[in-house]
Write a protein that binds this ligand. Structure first.
Ligand SMILES: Nc1nc2c(ncn2[C@@H]2O[C@H](COP(=O)(O)OP(=O)(O)OP(=O)(O)O)[C@@H](O)[C@H]2O)c(=O)[nH]1
Ligand SMILES: [Mg+2]
Length: 582
């Protein structure tokens, strides 16, 4: 299915043309038909060679420009209507400005009422104006809704138009801007909208962005027919279980849960207007939503929008800016999570940053700016993750990843230089590198660095440990197995051939721990000591620990320091020790 919106000056024959094309009535309200004036959006459709083409008919009267913007907001293509007898008019220009602000690139011009006047002059005027906008060169057709002249050509032009429309992604998260909501007796609330991308299915859960309330799709229709699923671009009508009368209204957005964030502050690049020249208070239109907003200029063409109500904005969204005299221009959303601008010089710096932001969402740029970010966050702000997750759902910018790897190597090397140092724990590395999640540490390690028992070690170290040293440590382990808390003396170690250099190598391999000169422990002994200490009434003093382990002050003081550093114990206000249970 394809969806096309109309545009054009009041009374130029938009609704009459759709009536002639589709045989359906776009003016839904009795008042509209009586007054011969479209007030609100109309929805009609026809079959074409390529499938259904649905139309969103908009009002041309300047008083209803808000409704017009809700109609064109989520729609990718336009049927621009100009009456041959009146030619280019103020609302033609305003609608064109809105389409340009929204970045609409696909359209057909219909010069209608050709039964009243030759169309050429009107066509020339209109094409001249349209050419200078995002629509560029578009085909035009002369038609008369009254006589039916030109209708076959218009159908042909519409077929060609839809054939050129870009495909939308059926797997994208849903953001359905609601354009109508009504209650059906016995069924409850029904909402309609143009699904721009993504797929919605019966039984799906959608989240109302304004309140975060979730609803299950109980019934799904497209063009008045029941369907099990609908993929964008499509007109859809959803009956939502549990939604009360008036709970969802035009301007609301129904979202795939967890794929969006609402924001009231966004930095944007202005189109067709200069932020500094705009009134401070404006209306901003996006999708079918309208919000009051203030704009604060940042750079020459950039500014910060602050909305009176948060909206599920995405990077790359096109918005229309309007004041009491009409459409003022538009803007492209560049950043939906912008930094505060409190510090001196912050605005000037920000102006420079925003200059470098592209108009179209740039996943790698967003990742680089953030360095480390969750996949869901990038999707929520409107960009596809440009690289696979490194751990969990965390993405790391490639440049930053390289820097972090190098810093990890340095950190570990610094420890290795110090024979008495214990291996670097993953949590210490996380803190040192300021990572948001310890799961990021292992994939950032460069072999042979690897994680063993929560610490970073040279994975090859046990194998590269000289056979004599390995044998000596093995022998020590055998001898001390089950012997409780025993600290081998320097003589015992020397007898096994374990002197300073050998001890340092075994420490790097994670087998021995050198706590202080003359205080060398098996890693396993340290583990056992924690179990013993955990069995003491908490908190405990150093002497109580010494007694429990049957050791000396010379050993217990560095041991307790080591355990505290490792986070295995902590000190209370009186300097006593508590096993943390980790
Ligand atoms: N002679 C002639 N009159 C037409 C033609 N198309 C529309 N009209 C008349 O023009 C008037 C306005 O037509 P609409 O279709 O309501 O115009 P519109 O653009 O939808 O107007 P709004 O929705 O209010 O902006 C009506 O009286 C129509 O009968 C046409 O091709 N020839
Ligand atoms: Mg109309």
């Amino acid at each position: 299915m394809y969806v096309i919106a109309t545009a054009g000056h009041v009374d130029h024959g938009k609704s009459a043309l759709l009536r002639a094309l589709t045989g359906m009535e776009p003016d839904r309200w009795e008042a509209e038909r009586r007054r011969g004036l479209t007030i609100d959006l109309g929805f009609v459709w026809t079959r074409s060679e390529r499938g259904h083409i649905a139309f969103v008919d908009v009002p041309g009267h300047e008083r209803f420009v808000g409704n017009m913007l809700a109609g064109v907001g989520p729609v990718p293509a336009v049927l621009f209507v100009v009456a041959a007898d009146e030619g280019w008019m103020p609302q033609s220009a305003e609608h064109l400005m809105a389409l340009h602000a929204l970045g609409v690139r696909h359209g057909v011009l219909a010069v209608t009422k050709t039964d009243l006047m030759d169309p050429d002059l009107a066509a020339e005027e209109a094409l001249e104006a349209i050419r200078r906008t995002s629509l560029g060169e578009i085909p035009w057709v002369a038609v008369s809704a009254r006589t039916g002249d030109g209708l076959p050509q218009l159908r042909g032009a519409l077929d060609d138009l839809v054939a050129r429309l870009p495909e939308s992604d059926p797997s994208a998260p849903v953001r359905l801007w609601v354009d109508r909501s009504f209650t059906i007796r016995g069924a409850g609330l029904v909402v309609t909208g143009t699904l721009a991308a993504g797929t919605t299915r019966l039984g799906d859960t959608l989240e109302l962005a304004r309140t975060s309330r979730r609803f299950v799709v109980r019934e799904l229709q497209s063009l008045n027919r029941h369907v099990d699923e609908a993929a964008g671009v499509a007109r859809v009508a959803l009956n939502l279980r549990g939604a009360g009368r008036g709970e969802i209204r035009r301007g609301d957005a129904l979202m795939t849960p967890g794929t969006y964030r609402c924001t009231a502050v966004a930095d944007a690049r202005a189109r067709l207007c200069v932020p500094a020249d705009l009134p401070r208070e404006l209306l901003v239109h996006v999708g079918t939503a309208t919000a009051s907003c203030s704009i604060r200029p940042i750079g020459a063409d950039t500014g910060r929008l602050t909305l009176d109500a948060p909206l599920p904005l995405r990077v790359g969204d096109r918005v229309v800016l309007r004041h009491d005299r009409g459409v003022a221009g538009g803007a492209v959303v560049l950043d939906v999570d912008p930094p505060t601008l409190n510090r001196r010089g912050a605005t000037r710096r920000r102006a420079g940053e925003l200059e470098a932001y592209p108009d179209t969402p740039d996943g790698m740029g967003e990742l680089r700016r953030r360095g480390i970010v969750r996949e869901g966050m990038l999707r929520a702000i409107g960009v596809e993750p440009p690289v696979p997750a490194l751990a969990g759902d965390w993405l790391v910018a490639p440049d930053l990843g390289r820097t972090l790897r190098a810093r990890l190597i340095t950190l570990v090397a610094q420890r290795a230089d110090d024979p008495s140092a214990s291996p670097l724990r993953v949590e210490d590395a996380r803190k040192a590198l300021d990572l948001p999640d310890a799961r990021l540490v292992p994939p950032l390690l460069t072999p042979p660095l690897a994680v063993r028992n929560g610490a970073i070690v040279h994975a090859e170290a046990p194998d590269t440990l000289a056979p004599a040293v390995r044998k000596a440590v093995d022998a020590l382990e055998r001898r001390l197995a089950d012997s409780g808390f025993t600290v081998p003396t320097e003589d015992e170690l020397a007898a096994l051939g374990l002197r300073t250099a050998e001890i340092a190598a075994a420490a790097r391999a994670g087998r021995l721990l050198r706590l202080a000169p003359g205080v060398v422990l098996l890693t396993d002994t340290v583990r056992r000591s924690v179990r013993v200490l955990a069995g003491l009434p908490q908190p405990f003093t150093a002497s109580e620990a010494r007694e429990a382990l049957g050791t000396t002050r010379k050993v217990i003081i560095p041991l307790l320091e080591h355990l505290a550093l490792q986070g295995r114990t902590r000190r209370d206000a009186d300097g006593r020790h508590i096993v943390t249970g980790r």
